[in-house]
Design a protein around this ligand. Structure first.
Ligand SMILES: NC(=O)c1ccc[n+]([C@@H]2O[C@H](COP(=O)([O-])OP(=O)(O)OC[C@H]3O[C@@H](n4cnc5c(N)ncnc54)[C@H](OP(=O)(O)O)[C@@H]3O)[C@@H](O)[C@H]2O)c1
Length: 290
C-alpha cells in the first residue's frame, strides 16, 4: 500500500474506495470487501446517502477504527458556520465515529461564496477542536482557491477534482503544487466518461496497448498513472473482482514515455458538471439528521 503525507503531516493511503452511486443496500458489503482486501481509505459524502452503511461496513470488517482513513463531504445545503458544524454531527453520527480523518466542502458555491467561506471557517473550527484530522475542498477551481486562501487561515489539505486521462486539469494541478494541496482524483478511471455512452477511457486504444504491455487492465494502468504523478485516487466499484483489481496496482511501474502518452490523452472536456453551475436553487437538498 502506498501512502501520501498531507500538508499537515497526516498520512493518507493514496488509493481509497469511492462510493458515489453505490446503493445503500450494497455499500456495507463493498466497504467490508475493500477492507478485507487491504484498502484502508473510504471516500463518501453526505450527499451520497450511504454514510450509515459505510460505517456498518467498517464495523463489520473488524478493522480498528484508527486503521481506516475515513473521508466525507459537507453538502452545499449545509453551508454556513453553524450548519456546517452540525453537518459534522450528522455525518459522524451516521458513520458511527467520533472523529473524521478528512472533511471536505463538496462544491464551491460560486453564487454564494460568502456561505462557502463560512462553511470552510467551520471546518477550521472542527480541525482546531480535534473533531477532524484534516480539512479540504472538492471541485474548487483556481479562482475559488485564490479567494479561499486569501480569506481563510488553513490551506486545504486536499482538493478532490474530476481527473482522468481525458480531463486532467493541469493548470489547477499546478496551483495545488504551488500551495501544497494534494490533488485527489474523482472518476480516476474515467467512470464519468462512460455513463452517458460517450467515448470511454475503458475503450481507449492507447491505454489498452499500455495495459497489454504490462499484463494489467486499463483501470490498473490509469490508477498507476495517478500514483506515479503523485495523486490520490478513489475508484468506485461494487464488484469484488474489480475492487480487488483496482487495489492491485503496486507491483508494476509505467515507463516515462507511457506516462507521457497518457498525459497526451487530455481532451480538456469535463465529464461532470461545471462547478459554477452548482447552485442552491438547482442542487439544494436536505441532508437528514443522523
Ligand atoms: N467530489 C465529487 O464531486 C465527486 C464526483 C464524482 C465522484 N466522486 C468520488 O470519486 C469516486 C469515483 O468516481 P466515479 O465513481 O465517478 O468513477 P470511477 O471510479 O472512475 O469509475 C467507476 C465506474 O467504473 C466501473 N469500474 C470500476 N472498476 C472498474 C474496473 N476495474 N474495470 C472496469 N470498470 C470498472 C464501475 O462499475 P461497477 O461498480 O459496476 O464496478 C463504475 O461504473 C466516487 O465513488 C466518489 O467517491 C466525487
Amino acid at each position: 500500500m502506498q501512502t501520501t503525507v498531507l500538508n499537515n503531516g497526516v498520512e493518507m493511503p493514496a488509493i481509497g474506495l469511492g462510493v458515489f452511486q453505490t446503493p445503500p443496500d450494497v455499500t456495507a458489503a463493498a466497504v467490508e470487501e475493500a477492507l478485507r482486501l487491504g484498502y484502508r481509505h473510504i471516500d463518501t459524502a453526505a450527499a451520497y446517502f450511504n454514510e450509515r452503511e459505510v460505517g456498518e461496513g467498517i464495523r463489520r470488517s473488524g478493522i480498528a477504527r484508527d486503521e481506516v482513513f475515513l473521508e466525507t463531504k459537507v453538502w452545499i445545503s449545509d453551508y454556513n458556520y453553524d450548519a456546517t458544524l452540525h453537518a459534522f454531527d450528522k455525518s459522524a453520527g451516521k458513520l458511527g465515529v467520533n472523529r473524521l480523518d478528512l472533511l471536505l466542502l463538496h462544491q464551491p458555491l460560486s453564487s454564494r461564496f460568502d456561505l462557502t467561506l463560512d462553511a470552510y471557517r467551520a471546518l477550521e473550527g472542527l480541525l482546531a477542536d480535534g473533531k477532524v484530522r484534516s480539512i479540504g475542498v472538492s471541485n474548487f477551481m483556481p479562482e475559488h482557491l485564490d479567494r479561499l486562501l486569501t480569506e481563510t487561515s488553513v490551506v486545504p489539505a486536499v482538493n478532490q477534482i474530476e481527473l482522468h486521462p481525458y480531463f486532467q486539469q493541469s493548470a489547477l494541478q499546478s496551483v495545488h503544487a504551488e500551495h501544497g494541496i494534494l490533488t485527489q482524483a474523482w472518476s480516476p478511471i474515467g467512470g464519468v466518461t462512460s455513463y452517458g455512452g460517450e467515448k470511454s477511457t475503458f475503450d481507449d486504444s492507447t491505454l489498452r496497448e499500455i495495459a497489454r504491455q504490462h499484463g494489467k487492465s486499463v483501470a490498473q494502468v490509469m490508477l498507476r498513472w495517478h500514483l506515479q504523478e503523485g495523486r490520490s485516487a478513489i475508484p468506485k466499484s461494487t464488484k469484488p473482482a474489480r475492487i480487488a483489481e483496482n487495489f492491485d496496482v503496486f507491483d508494476f511501474e509505467l515507463a516515462s514515455e507511457q506516462v507521457a502518452a497518457i498525459d497526451a490523452l487530455d481532451t480538456g472536456v469535463r465529464g461532470g458538471p461545471d462547478p459554477d453551475s452548482i447552485t442552491l436553487e438547482a442542487y439544494g437538498m436536505e441532508i437528514p439528521e443522523a
